[in-house]
Design a binder for this molecule. Structure first.
Ligand code: SAM
Length: 282
């Protein structure tokens, strides 16, 4: 039977998350290198800086009950739980990630505050108005229906709660911007196949969707320049022989993911891939 998109995402993260953690640590998202991307710092510090900059930019009103949608191995979940003394729930499609995130919460002594579940963001197993902050770092690009994704985020948010999404987008196609070219479509198709993305949209598309849902104060920002150095940093660190060996032995999908690092880097350089932020209040 042909695996579904969810199966493929699950298998991809089940297979690659151990390697990612060993080589690059607990955060599976871009780093922040200053607004113009010129600040030089350690890659891990840049990833923590991204979380802090996002919080500064979005100014959530409260953060006591947090949902981390597409939580990976709980990098953000544990960080936010400690920072805000909050109760955090993380969801992922990958049982390997959920188990590792739970073990990390135990190691950090945070099990009374933090829990992880294997669950689908398209149909979240939570009652309406359960959280005051919904946080999604680089999972929106995997969602097969962006409207349903944001609708679910809105449903589980309490009135007055904040949604923060950071996600891979493509450039705007709104005139005077031209439509995407065949070459751009081709690069996107390769990224979709390798990273198991159904499709990505522009940042203004996200804003339009959010404006039609029960949100107000919808804001967006394009942080492509701030995060662009990230993929070159990951590529440089992947050239270490011990890392190359780990990638080769981690399986075909992980190897493809590593080989596609240069595609992401090219996508940024061409202005096709954009790093979009969306913040909204319910
Ligand atoms: C690139 S990782 C980001 C992990 C984490 N946010 C971080 O920054 O470290 C993408 C995550 O999205 C999750 N994901 C993708 N599609 C999902 C879905 N439909 N429901 C729940 N999680 C999903 C994956 O399982 C994975 O944990």
């Amino acid at each position: 039977m042909t695996p579904t998109l969810s199966d493929r995402i699950q298998q991809f993260y089940d297979a690659s998350s151990g390697l990612w953690e060993q080589v690059w640590g607990e955060h599976m998202h871009h780093g922040y290198y200053g607004a113009d991307g010129q600040r030089r710092c350690d890659r891990h510090q840049a990833q923590v800086d991204l979380i802090e900059e996002l919080l500064t930019w979005s100014q959530p009103q409260s953060a006591t009950q947090i949902l981390d949608v597409g939580c990976g191995i709980g990098g953000s979940s544990l960080y936010l739980a400690e920072k805000f003394q909050a109760s955090v729930t993380g969801i992922t499609l990958s049982p390997v990630q959920a188990n590792r995130a739970t073990a990390r919460a135990q190691e950090a002594g945070l099990t009374s505050q933090v829990q992880f579940k294997v669950a689908d963001a398209m149909q979240m197993p939570f009652t309406d108005q359960s959280f005051d902050l919904v946080w999604s770092l680089e999972s929106g690009e995997h969602m097969p229906d962006k409207t349903q994704f944001l609708q679910e985020c809105s449903r589980v948010l309490k009135p007055g709660g904040t949604l923060i999404v950071a996600t891979w987008c493509h450039r705007s196609r709104t005139p005077p911007q031209p439509p995407l070219t065949p070459q751009e479509h081709q690069l996107l198709s390769q990224l979709y196949r390798i990273y198991h993305l159904p499709y990505i949209i522009s940042l203004s598309d996200y804003a339009e969707i959010a404006q039609c849902l029960p949100f107000h104060q919808v804001r967006t920002a394009d942080w492509s320049a701030a995060v662009a150095p990230f993929w070159d940093e990951v590529m440089t660190s992947a050239l270490n022989p011990s890392v190359i060996w780990k990638i080769l032995t981690a399986g075909w999908s992980t190897l493809q993911g590593a080989l596609a690092l240069r595609l992401m880097s090219a996508g940024y350089r061409q202005g096709l891939i954009r790093y979009g932020l969306l913040c909204a209040t319910k």
